[in-house]
Design a protein around this ligand. Structure first.
Ligand code: 13P
Length: 258
């Protein structure tokens, strides 16, 4: 099987980006059906990418050859190679033409004890192999109720800024309030915009390119709430979980970002 490795393009100045995070879902048959339906519906004005589970990446890469949709992984190791059983390095992903990789998704922070520094190190490894890290930040419900939202997301982003230095401009940030993930409770467009503006200001203090960087919103984005979220000044697209598994729903979200 020969997979064409395309050169990663630079960030496309605030063109909206919609990323499907399949999480640990799918099967070869279900993926083939979903991909066929999406390929038949696209392309969209927004850039679209799909983050599939590791064993399916080669299938997805092959299926998307020649299509405008990009693909990515849901995690990568902070290390290049060695005795790290079960890990997959950014170098390995790059070999297959991977474009994006999620780093620090809240499910990994919570269930795999990934701390801020490890997440930053993973993003650094991704960039070293010319993948675009999509670094996820977000507060839990308890943190929001305690008035700690700003401090939490700033702390999470700060570790990445310190680790990447001027390369921070090459990442995508995703704000995903933990209380909105898979719960049907979306942050209101105003709630999300407030945090996005805060993150943008933090990026501005670190890089002159902050205005061109993408900050995605994730957490119960659906076809019927996507347009209002994407209309906010600092929301540059979405990171979509459940709705990315249904072609019609995901396509509608991609259209809403156009
Ligand atoms: P849902 O869209 O299912 O809430 O998931 C969001 C998410 O975690 C995407 O990474």
């Amino acid at each position: 099987m020969v997979i064409r490795v395309t050169e990663p393009k630079g960030q496309d100045m605030r063109r909206k980006l919609v990323v499907g995070n399949w999480k640990m879902n799918g099967s070869r048959a279900a993926n083939a059906e979903l991909l066929a339906a999406l390929k038949a519906t696209g392309p969209w004005i927004a850039e679209v990418a799909l983050c599939a589970p590791m064993p399916y990446l080669a299938d997805v890469a092959l299926s998307l050859q020649g299509d405008a949709m990009a693909w990515g992984a849901q995690d990568c190791s902070a290390f290049d190679s060695g005795a790290y059983t079960g890990e997959v390095s950014a170098a390995m992903l790059a070999e297959f033409g991977c474009r994006y990789v999620l780093n620090g998704h809240s499910e990994r922070r919570a269930m795999h004890a990934e701390g801020d520094q490890l997440v930053a190190d993973k993003a650094k490894a991704a960039l070293a192999h010319r993948l675009t890290p999509i670094v996820c930040v977000g507060e839990t419900l308890a943190e929001r109720e305690a008035g700690q939202t700003d401090a939490v997301v700033k702390r999470q982003l700060s570790a990445v800024i310190h680790t990447l230095g001027h390369c921070i401009s090459q990442i995508v940030v995703a704000y995903e309030p933990v209380w909105a993930i898979g719960t049907g409770k979306t942050a209101s467009p105003e709630q999300a915009q407030a945090v996005h503006a805060l993150l943008r200001a933090q990026l501005k203090a670190a890089t002159e390119h902050a205005g061109d960087m993408k900050i995605l919103y994730g957490g119960s984005v659906k076809a019927d709430n996507a347009a209002a979220l994407f209309a906010q000044a600092d929301i540059d697209g979405g990171l979509i979980g459940g709705a990315s598994l249904k072609a019609a729903d995901f396509a509608a979200i991609c259209r809403a970002a156009g």
